[in-house]
Write a protein that binds this ligand. Structure first.
Ligand code: 5GP
Length: 342
């Protein structure tokens, strides 16, 4: 509705290929009819549930559709425009650099194209500041992780400030964080910010404990960190001590069945503690949502007022990986926009 859409918002947890809208999927399908992919294979509709494994299958289908620089350019510009139209003023997109031998796509070309799309949108004059995180897919192991970090370092030095950090994601059942620690440590020392998916499933306590020692700059999901769901107080204490913000994605967690229903989402636990949390979409295309809907969901599930939502979105500015001057500009923008809503 009007309030949630007009509310200026910050999106910090959006996987590029999971954020592709059905309209863009249709354009990709028309480009590649020989793949015999249907739109329904790329999204999980209203009321539908999937196992986490099934969700990861969906990403494989989308990756088949997005395998050239042209595709990446279209997908990235479309996704940025859609977030802008939804009232997002600051966006961090994350994506796994991919090479495709069939089309000659290289990892460097992949990232260059994402950066180019960000630049194009800037030139269009869209009212959205966009940055990017390079994602390490945990299934690919230590060596690929290290290559990704080196690539991110190159962009950190040479590009226009678009590349700001690293993400650790991919199927949580595959691989172990301890193997990726050297790469993450190196990235951190080079000035890359770290946003790590932690404890998405219950069996990751030891890994989370290890990765929290880095410590990361933000946590993705953190679904099973707290003691009420089998986590531990010592994990929670590490998060609190380092004041590490959590990126929370309600629709994604319920559709992916790591959380049984909205009212049992761990939003409540962390919100009651007054800990910094950021409402995000995760994969707005795959999970058929947008950031306005996520704010609305939080408000209807947990009884938050418009003022509470405003405070949530404003506090998210401090959780961004943007330079301090940009954070100040964003805060000014929020101040300027407030009278339109209250
Ligand atoms: P891409 O990195 O190709 O732009 O976006 C899709 C990728 O993001 C997936 O292949 C997966 O590695 C990662 N991803 C998307 N959603 C999730 C999620 O909910 N959990 C985890 N762990 N990874 C995800």
């Amino acid at each position: 509705d009007f309030f949630h859409r007009t509310l200026p918002k910050v999106e910090l947890h959006a996987h590029l290929n999971g954020s592709v809208s059905s309209q863009t999927i249709d354009k990709l399908i028309r480009r590649k009819p020989h793949l015999n992919i249907e739109r329904s294979m790329t999204a999980i509709g209203k009321g539908q549930r999937r196992t986490l494994e099934e969700c990861f299958q969906v990403f494989k289908v989308i990756h088949q559709l997005v395998d050239t620089e042209e595709d990446i350019l279209m997908v990235t510009t479309d996704v940025i425009r859609e977030f802008a139209a939804d009232g997002v003023k600051y966006l961090e997109l994350r994506s796994t650099p991919r090479e495709e031998t069939n089309t000659g796509l290289t990892k460097k070309g992949y990232v260059e194209t994402v950066v180019k799309a960000i630049q194009l949108c800037k030139n269009e004059g869209l009212d959205i500041d966009v940055r990017c995180l390079m994602a390490i897919d945990r299934r690919n192991g230590a060596q690929v992780a290290m290559e990704t970090v080196k690539l991110a370092e190159e962009f950190l030095l040479s590009s226009d400030g678009s590349v700001v950090g690293l993400d650790l994601s991919g199927d949580p059942k595959v691989g172990h964080g301890k193997d990726l620690l050297p790469a993450l440590q190196r990235g951190r020392n080079s000035g890359l910010k770290l946003s790590l998916h932690l404890s998405e499933i219950p069996s990751q306590l030891e890994e989370s404990d290890l990765l929290l020692n880095l410590p990361p700059d933000r946590i993705g999901h953190g679904t099973f960190l707290h003691p009420e769901v089998g986590g531990s107080q010592s994990l929670v204490d590490k998060v609190l001590k380092n004041n590490i913000p959590l990126e929370l994605c309600l629709t994604s967690n319920v559709k992916g069945q790591t959380v049984p229903c909205y009212s049992q989402h761990h939003f409540k636990y962390w919100y009651q503690l007054g800990h910094p949390i950021v409402i995000c979409t995760d994969d707005k295309g795959v999970f058929c949502t947008d950031l306005s809907q996520e704010y609305q969901l939080v408000s209807s599930t947990f009884g938050l007022s418009h003022e509470d939502l405003w405070n949530l979105s404003e506090q998210a500015i401090d959780c961004t990986f943007a330079p301090e001057t940009i954070k100040q500009q964003l805060k000014q923008k929020w101040t300027d926009l407030k009278p339109r809503l209250f």
